[in-house]
Design a protein around this ligand. Structure first.
Ligand SMILES: Cc1cc2nc3c(=O)[nH]c(=O)nc-3n(C[C@H](O)[C@H](O)[C@H](O)COP(=O)(O)O)c2cc1C
Length: 192
């Protein structure tokens, strides 16, 4: 009996240790991401103002810095010319227009906001993602839309922002409603 115990006891200890390590790893996988102690940037593009409103709401709750992604050549104020002229042509020809300088090197977490434009993000946001180095950084997308939802914008962002971890987006119709602040709080509390 003593001999059996001598053989099985070390085995038991090894198994218990392995189970503990497994449980810890699993716990990490499902635990929420915390924004505490992170250098945060809220970067957004907005043509009509909806995404700006949501960006400012996220900034109030998440903290950090905020800036607007601006194309060197601004889009015209006229909807028809912007939507069915310039933006449509940029979409069809995969044009990523030059933007005013941006630098994300000093940030750990970058919220990236865009309106849905022709079933994906707006072209200046594409430029922003591909001209910065996102290696080791976390991108948290947010999308405003006119009824179509966020399409595959988070996946499209991951393709352009090489090396970034891209989390689930906050998605809202136009500029949100009376529940939007509460929805943002909930979303921020459940980031994974
Ligand atoms: C050029 C352009 C393309 C758009 N394409 C879409 C689209 O594909 N799907 C959608 O749901 N809404 C689309 N919309 C509506 C916008 O996504 C929506 O109004 C958004 O909230 C605008 O954000 P902003 O005011 O920050 O520019 C489009 C608007 C514009 C101007």
């Amino acid at each position: 009996m003593k001999k059996l115990l001598l053989i099985f006891l070390p085995l038991l200890i090894i198994c218990a240790g392995a189970a503990f390590v497994f449980a810890q790893n699993n716990k990490d996988e499902v635990s929420n991401m915390t924004l505490t102690d992170k250098k945060i940037l809220v970067a957004y593009f907005s043509w009509g103002g909806n995404t700006k409103i949501i960006a400012e709401k996220i900034h109030v709750q998440a903290g950090g810095d905020i800036f607007r992604i601006e194309p060197v050549t601004p889009y015209p104020d006229d909807y028809q010319t912007t939507a069915y002229g310039i933006a449509k042509e940029q979409k069809e020809k995969n044009i990523h227009p030059p933007i005013k300088n941006t630098d994300v090197s000093s940030y750990d977490v970058i919220f990236v906001g865009t309106p849905a434009w022709w079933y994906t993000m707006a072209p200046p946001v594409m430029t922003f993602l591909e001209q910065n180095n996102f290696e080791g950084k976390t991108i948290i997308p947010f999308v405003t839309h006119g009824g179509g939802g966020s399409y595959t914008i988070d996946k499209d962002m991951a393709k352009l922002a090489k090396g970034a971890k891209v989390l689930s987006p906050f998605v809202v119709y136009e500029h949100g409603n009376a529940n939007t602040d509460k929805d943002i709080t909930e979303w921020l509390g459940n980031l994974k």
